[in-house]
Design a protein around this ligand. Structure first.
Ligand code: DX5
Ligand code: ZN
Length: 227
């Protein structure tokens, strides 16, 4: 059984009190903090910067993982900066494979002892990821088109998750976008084992209880995984 991981996305925190949002994640029993970085080119929106990773590192308990999702056209320019600022996983998009050397960037991240996540937008077929899968520690299947929190989960991504799970039975497969109790269960049943949730977790008055229930539901659904 693969480890089920829950990752609250800081994008949904109260930006007027980011420190409080980071502490809520730390105290929720979550496995990592998901930090969304948007560049205004790869996605239409802008979000955080490397210094946000430094703030997370300062506020989080020592060793708490910072899972950093680079929604950028040039992740190779910023990946090592985010690692210097405390990020422990760097995720970047296979949509950029013609402009970014996917393998070289994975090797540079691994050389720093950090984890590599390769991300696919909802319309990117699994076949594109398969040649790169050996470079990655995790595959991030976007279940919304990235750029904004609070969007609806795209169900048609589920067969792709199953296809990737069959191709790579032991790799971590993450879903990001529109995750709540029900959609997380469907993704877990399809083969996902890591779950990013932004608005759903931050709107809870008791984030810890929600993380606990989300984990239990995902563990049960993953054990009934359809493959
Ligand atoms: C979407 C981001 C997500 C976002 C998810 O562009 O990559 O991580 O924070 O937010 P929710 O959970 O609200 O869909
Ligand atoms: Zn994300």
């Amino acid at each position: 059984m693969m480890k089920i991981e829950i990752l609250p996305s800081l994008l949904a925190a109260d930006l007027g009190n980011l420190k409080d949002g980071i502490l809520r994640v730390a105290e929720s029993g979550a496995d990592a903090l998901h930090l969304d970085i948007m560049d205004g080119h790869f996605v239409p929106n802008l979000s955080f910067a490397p210094d946000t990773s430094a703030l997370c590192r300062k506020v989080l308990p020592a060793g708490f993982p910072i899972n950093t999702h680079l929604m950028m056209t040039n992740p190779d320019k910023y990946a090592l900066t985010f690692i210097e600022k405390g990020s422990t996983t760097i995720q970047y998009h296979l949509e950029m494979r013609d402009l970014v050397d996917i393998r070289a960037l994975a090797e540079a991240i691994h050389a720093k002892g950090m984890r590599v996540g390769l991300a696919l937008n909802p319309d990117m077929p699994a076949e594109v990821a398969l040649p790169f899968i050996d470079y990655a520690d995790e595959i991030l299947c976007m279940t919304v088109f990235p750029g904004y929190g609070g969007q609806a989960f795209i169900e048609s991504v589920l067969p792709k998750i199953t296809q990737l799970r069959k191709a790579a039975p032991t790799i971590d497969i993450m879903v990001d976008g529109g995750v709540n109790f029900e959609t997380a269960e469907r993704a877990a049943r399809a083969g996902a084992n890591q779950f990013v949730a932004g608005s759903f977790l931050f709107k809870q008055t008791d984030m810890k209880a929600a993380v606990t229930e989300l984990r239990q539901r995902c563990e049960q659904a993953f054990s009934a995984c359809i493959i």
